[in-house]
Design a protein around this ligand. Structure first.
Ligand SMILES: C[S@@+](CC[C@H](N)C(=O)[O-])C[C@H]1O[C@@H](n2cnc3c(N)ncnc32)[C@H](O)[C@@H]1O
Length: 215
């Protein structure tokens, strides 16, 4: 995935500077991701994790899920925002990424809230329990529509689905769309006409949709 440049980089840096900066452990995840993997383009970034933190805190979410844990950057933010009896189900299929995530997450006081479902989300998503309060969709764009449908059924009334990369680097605007841009554009349109939900699409980084299931 190429780094998103839709937002003016100076404005993005300004926004980061004026947002609560995460703790040392998240810095350590960024360090490990950039040194061990030599790239960090898949990290969701502070605007996204800041939004997730706020949504979890103000909604009182207790049971959340992340589809695509990568090296645990958003996972840590969400774990720390959950109450002590909260639970986060994280799905990841890449063992190298999961190893970096666990190395950093297991020293967090919130580690006990994590349950890793290792393997492909295409199967493991079915193991998520009912009663989810928030789901962060951030993997396997071809299957976003399927994941949206599966988690919608498992979501509590007023529960939230947060979808990352809904602009697909601007691909959704192109007349000649590639496969993933076509899939995401069609899902964006479907969400817009989904009578079960209220949604807001935010121009944060590569686009974030926050979808609330109506009671
Ligand atoms: C954009 S990254 C996730 C970033 C992460 N949420 C964060 O905040 O830093 C996408 C992740 O999804 C994983 N992934 C891709 N396809 C998957 C699948 N079918 N099942 C499980 N994980 C998948 C990739 O290995 C990668 O770690």
């Amino acid at each position: 995935m190429k780094k998103t440049t839709l937002i003016n980089p100076e404005i993005e840096a300004y926004a980061e500077k004026h947002s609560s900066w995460p703790n040392q452990r998240s810095e350590s995840i960024v360090y490990d991701t950039t040194t061990d993997l030599a790239y960090a383009d898949m990290l969701s970034g502070n605007q996204v994790t800041g939004l997730l933190r706020t949504l979890i805190s103000v909604s009182g979410a207790k049971v959340v899920a992340e589809i695509g844990m990568f090296t645990g950057f958003a996972t840590l933010a969400m774990l720390e925002s959950l109450p002590e009896n909260g639970k986060l189900y994280a799905i990841e299929m890449n063992s190298r990424y999961a190893e970096i995530a666990l190395r950093n997450l297991e020293i967090s006081p919130s580690f006990h809230k994590l349950e890793l479902l290792f393997g492909s989300a295409r199967e493991r998503i079915n193991e998520l329990p009912n009663g989810l309060d928030l789901v962060f969709l951030d993997a396997d764009k071809d299957y976003y529509p399927h994941y949206y449908d599966v988690v919608m059924e498992k979501l509590n009334p007023n529960g939230l689905i947060v979808l990352d990369n809904v602009f697909w680097h601007g691909g959704v605007l192109k007349a000649d769309k590639d496969r993933k841009s076509t899939t995401i554009d069609a899902l964006n349109a479907r969400i817009q006409s989904d009578e079960r939900v209220e949604n807001v699409m935010l121009t944060v980084r590569d686009g974030i949709s926050v979808v609330r299931k109506l009671p």
